[in-house]
Design a protein around this ligand. Sequence first.
Ligand code: GRF
Length: 215
Amino acid sequence: MNIVALISGRGSNLEAIIKGINEKKIKGKISLVISNKKNARGLQIASNYGIKSKFLDPSLHTTRESYDLELIETIKKENPDLIVLAGYMRVLTDSFIDAFKNRIINIHPSLIPAFQGLKAQKQALEFGVKFTGCTVHFVTKELDSGPIIIQAVVPITPEDNEETISEKILHYEHRIYPQAIKWISDNRVIQKKRQVIVKNAKYGCIPVNPELEDF
Ligand code: GRF
């Protein structure tokens, strides 16, 4: 399975995925990492692991549409089976979603459909929910709303702040994202409209549903 990853920052999820590949759990390779931020730490991570990477400069484009057209052309050359958004902080245009239909996945630091958009951990704390978590989902034209592959639940305590809860969520992000990609690489993920089923996975589990197998 050929993967292209899009990032904007730290790249900790990217690194968790690379490790899953290097440990031969995920049957695939990342052929290209693209960042919309020049100094994204994730670009350094890609290069540390010998993965090709590219900074695509948004300031060279006057519209989001024209930036995404360059993005589409760049990605198409890699002929990817899967596009992984790993902390990519730009909203994708409809043209992009159409170009790679059902082949784009994202990780979001909340139990969607709660707390979509930016600063999901802060939103959860301010709302006062007692559980939050993270979600791996297919990307559709509606932001942070696509069909859900796997979710992990994280309890919130009165002592938590944005930093501590983000850390607890990140611990699960680094497990559910590689796991979802492994399942896709093993051809176990079936999507019927909004319903995503992982074949032979164990459902009905807490804190991660379906249950983690490899991470
Ligand atoms: C993660 O919290 C992810 O859920 C969100 O952006 C953050 C990216 O972190 N979409 P990193 O760049 O993978 O470290």
